[in-house]
Design a binder for this molecule. Structure first.
Ligand SMILES: [Zn+2]
Length: 125
């Protein structure tokens, strides 16, 4: 179980997390996630080995929780845990500045594609 350290002050966290969506984070970390309704996402947990996705991501609170290993936290904790680093202003600032701009993730289904990018493609009817 992981419930990461929160070393950055609250005001700074809000600053980094302002306007950031999970698909932007998935894109940089190359995580394949699928939408599961209400803007929530589900993915294989990067913090323990599993074959059925049990890591859930909430859009509004910008938090995640793994039902398998009980890892939890916000986006900053997720990113730092992913890189196995402790929260550091410089690293976190660099990561969030590197996020790609994605179009309206809440309106389009997320289609994972091979390679670096996740594509956001309208659903076929
Ligand atoms: Zn897990």
């Amino acid at each position: 179980m992981y419930d990461g350290e929160r070393l950055l002050p609250e005001a700074q966290r809000r600053d980094f997390l302002s306007g950031v969506t999970w698909p932007q984070v998935f894109c940089v970390l190359r995580i394949r996630a699928k939408r599961v309704g209400d803007g929530k996402f589900l993915a294989l947990c990067p913090f323990h080995s599993e074959r059925t996705p049990s890591c859930r991501f909430w859009p509004k609170s910008q938090r995640f929780f793994c039902f398998g290993c009980h890892s939890t936290g916000d986006m900053i904790q997720f990113v730092c845990r992913h890189y196995d680093v402790t929260e550091d202003h410089f690293l976190v600032a660099e990561f969030f500045a590197s996020l790609p701009i994605l179009p309206l993730p809440e309106q389009l289904p997320l289609i994972p594609l091979p390679g670096r990018q996740l594509a956001l493609i309208p659903e076929k009817r």
